[in-house]
Design a protein. Sequence first.
Length: 255
Amino acid sequence: MGSTLFLIMLIGVSAAYEYKFNVFTANKAYAGTDGAVQVILYGSKGKVDLGRLFDGSVGSNLDRESASHFKTASEKNIGAIECIELIMHTSDAWLPLKVVAWSDYALRNVYFYSRYRWMSDSSSEGATRQKICSQGDTKYWLKTTTSTKWWSGSDNLWVSITIHGSKGDTETGILDLKDFDDFESGHKDTYIFPGMKDVGHVSCITINARGTDGWLFTEISVFKYRIGDTPMLLATFVNHDNVWMDSNVHKFCKE
């Protein structure tokens, strides 16, 4: 009788799966929000609506240049996490930088990059929702060198880079170093982007610059991270024509 009752109790209990998130907000005036963001996760076995999980009204959550941590449980196992949808429920606009998600049943981190896209439930202030999907499991390093010419540095530019290769394309998140003044004249800066697609042999890069303060670089190198080894140099792109990046898009290819 006791064993039968125990079995009935087990059958009546649903498993709970935990989902965790690190949420990064951009370093720009008014980028933070005190509002709530609804989260829908998509996976290989379906999707789950986690409700208004990202809550900016608590502590320093979703503040400017913050890293906020959220977790929740669901009875649904969606399998491998593939995409995330963010839905705004506030007119207090938010500028997300990236979201890292993982589950207790699959400890692989999944990276979602938002590329200078303001969000708000008021369409005049930004996108009311956006769906971002994982690109892969490759980690790329980008090393930039800013020119020493007058005014070559920038304090207000939001740059992402698409890497083109023999197996396709993959786009980084915004190039931004936390607590560091990057894009300074004559400086070399390193940016690391996990969760990218392996594009094979790199042939070109496309720079998408958003902002009002131009940047002049001399060269950008692309490296691929290898576990247990130093990053492997894949290609270096030299700005021979002194192309200024300032609210424009430009493609650079290997010679």
